[in-house]
Write a protein that binds this ligand. Sequence first.
Ligand code: F6P
Ligand code: MN
Length: 321
Amino acid sequence: MKRLNSQLQDDGAPMELILLLRTLLAGCKEISFRVSQGALAGVLGSTLSENVQGETQKKLDVISNQILKDILSESGYVKAISSEEEDDVVGCNPNGNYLVSFDPLDGSSNTDINSLIGTIFSITHAPQWMEPDDPSAFLQPGTQIVAAGYVLYGPSTMLALTTGKGTHLYTLDKTHGGFLLTTANVKVPVQTSEYSINASNQRHWLGSTQEYIADLLAGSEGPRGKDFNMRWVAAMVGDIHRVLCRGGIFLYPFDNREPEKAGKLRLLYEANPMAFLIEQAGGLADTGAGRIMEVMPEAIHQRVPVILGSKEEVEACLAYK
Ligand code: F6P
Ligand code: MN
């Protein structure tokens, strides 16, 4: 099977980006190991602190963040990082050529039930003019991303990665520690009859979302004329992996609980990397008011509504106004 390195070379990735990705993925392999230790290593459960988003930090959130922060800071390739678990941008090497944004452990409430979790990341060039701790350089639209992906810590540890030349899926071979290409150029089926949304928020949704979901629920007796199935992993990384593998539509839409926050998922290290992967696999990724990757960020922890997945189903959803 083809190795990650040779696929990246075939896709024309610059050597420094390949080295950065390999460094980042070395950190993810360590996270994979620590996650798999579970209760044996005393890493389950919560800390006593909250992150800047007001979410209780799990021990594994903190451990995963530290692993990635250390390995990226020491690599030399990175000028600065922004992380879900860091209030502010963290400056690294002033001469580094890249910026990395990451959610070190997405879906971390799943750690205590031994369910799907993962690391999500995106990489852009670091502007020459920026100081390492300057957050403004991170405020670039997703169209500037040069590489994005996630590592899913499931029954297998898998990597979904794009450098803008399609989305490829790799599986970690733990016997030798390499990521091997297991699906090249994955394509999200254009049609689907599977959707993914946290329905407990229904009363907070916009009218258009209410109507769209009501029509899916009406099934073959409703205007869509077919039955739909529903899945919710409660870890974006798990839900998006399913959408990449067999299609579907995933929504974390605008809701009116805290209108100024716009949605739940964070643009830089959740919505944008997933949007890039999905678009490179032939799907669509929208906020409901335009392409996710064209949103100009105003803050590093900014949230956006997310509607993404199978092309024709996302189009059907967006037709509800
Ligand atoms: O990181 C945020 C996140 O945990 C996502 O991974 C997931 O899709 C979502 O929140 C789950 O939200 P809820 O708690 O509403 O099910
Ligand atoms: Mn997350």
